[in-house]
Design a protein around this ligand. Structure first.
Ligand code: GDP
Length: 412
């Protein structure tokens, strides 16, 4: 049987607006969990998520960040929500790149600071499809006028970061009561649009980026008897065929692809999403390492001398100034990079320039910056190859910032 296409969903929105409750109820309606897993009482749906969280900590059940459910059309994975610890890092490193966002706005509260931040952040991180759930509609007596008022307010907000509100479904829901999650609710007979599950099924499945240049960030390099050196990694973009010439950057080693293997089977070609091991003529174990990126010789991965980036400071105990040199995590590489220039501070809710050449950046700030890697690294313009342009900045054991490369000054 043909496997269903798959969509990663991020639930975003202000704290307490009902993200966990909505995910819990959605899992229930989709049949991914059973009623028995629910607690009684006011917090019953949120309980599902908390409960799974608890169990995860005890190592009993699946990761909260990777809850799965299916409809007739798609398989979905709920990726972690902003605010949860490694959300941004996971998104950036591609572990859980979200294909679409469900923005949850509580009808009684309206647009709040985190609503704005998450909208801006998700756009920065490359989420281009959005569904808006106006939640807790029960708390405003299923009032159509109130819904329309919020729809206008949220439309204005998402427009500032570049979403077209005309293409975004706005759905009145009660995560707690279940209105308009799977079936149209009689409580909102004035609403003629899709339910949440219908809107999810109207999302476009992500296309495999087969026409972008070939990029395979190397995770590990093995020596296998009878085969030789076998770099392994996931094909992020492009297609690789046996017999083609590939180069590893920044290492510079190159050669002809002799074999491609996946799950102990050999293949003639590898595509985006494939986790492969491959062997390249003349490339030995000491010639390449984790963090190198393989690409075609005639369209090699870009090695940056310096690069410009747009960043969001997520949680920093101090301030970021020129000269600061934390570790940048980009695809499989980890390289300390120095801030050369704080070019401009941005309004976190709109992305517009708020201040040129600020003295420092602190938690909550978004900015354009110029950065210099302390050793050669592959990073590319996220507009050309999104998968190769995202990074997380880690320091003192936490993700302090996240961003996108917007221009590269090549080293070669
Ligand atoms: P999160 O922080 O966004 O994940 O929000 P939660 O899912 O934890 O919900 C916060 C509180 O709002 C909880 O007490 C929920 O029971 C309550 N809540 C969530 N959705 C609804 C809803 O649709 N209607 C009502 N009345 N309460 C809700």
């Amino acid at each position: 049987a043909k496997t269903k296409e798959h969509i990663n969903l991020a639930f975003i929105g202000h704290v307490d607006h009902g993200k966990s409750t909505l995910v819990g109820h959605l899992l229930l309606k989709a049949g991914a969990i059973a009623e028995q897993q629910l607690d009684d009482g006011e917090n019953k749906f949120r309980f599902v998520m908390d409960k799974l969280g608890e169990e995860r900590e005890r190592g009993v059940t699946i990761d909260l960040a990777h809850q799965k459910f299916s409809t007739k059309k798609y398989d979905y994975t709920v990726v972690d929500c902003p605010g949860h610890r490694d959300f941004v890092k996971n998104m950036i490193t591609g572990a859980s790149q979200a294909d679409a966002g469900v923005l949850v706005v509580a009808a009684d509260d309206g647009v709040m600071p985190q609503t704005k931040e998450h909208v801006f952040l998700s756009k920065t991180l490359g989420i281009n499809q959005l569904i808006v759930a106006i939640n807790k509609i029960d708390l405003v007596d299923y009032d159509e006028a109130k819904f329309n008022e919020l729809k206008e307010e949220v439309s204005a907000l998402i427009k500032t970061v570049g979403f077209n509100p005309a293409n975004v479904p706005f759905i009145p829901v009660s995560a707690f009561e279940g209105d308009n999650i799977k079936d149209a609710s009689p409580n909102t007979s004035w609403y003629k649009g899709d339910t949440l599950m219908q809107a999810l099924d109207n999302l476009a499945a992500p296309e495999k980026p087969v026409s972008l240049p070939l990029r395979i960030p190397i995770q590990d390099v093995y020596s296998i008897t009878g085969v030789g050196t076998v770099p392994v990694g996931r094909v992020e973009t492009g297609v690789m065929k046996k017999g083609e010439n590939v180069i590893f950057e920044p290492a510079g080693a190159s050669g002809e692809v002799k074999s491609i293997e996946m799950h102990h089977e050999t293949f003639e070609t590898a595509e985006p999403g494939d986790n492969i091991g491959f062997n390249v003529r003349g490339v030995g174990k000491n010639d390449i390492r984790r963090g190198d990126v393989a690409g075609h010789v005639d369209d090699a991965p870009a090695v940056a001398k310096e690069f410009d980036a747009q960043i969001v400071v997520l949680q920093h105990p101090g301030v970021i100034t020129v000269g600061y040199t934390p570790v940048f995590h980009c695809h499989t590489s980890q390289v300390a990079c120095t801030f050369l220039e704080l070019t401009a501070k941005l309004d976190p809710a709109t992305g517009q320039v708020a201040e040129e050449n600020p003295d420092f950046l602190k938690t909550g700030n978004a900015a354009f910056v110029k950065v210099k890697p302390t050793k050669p690294m592959v990073i590319e313009n996220a507009k050309k190859i999104p998968q190769m342009g995202r990074f997380a900045i880690r320091d003192m054991g936490q993700t302090v910032a996240a961003g996108l490369c917007i221009d590269v000054t090549p080293a070669k």
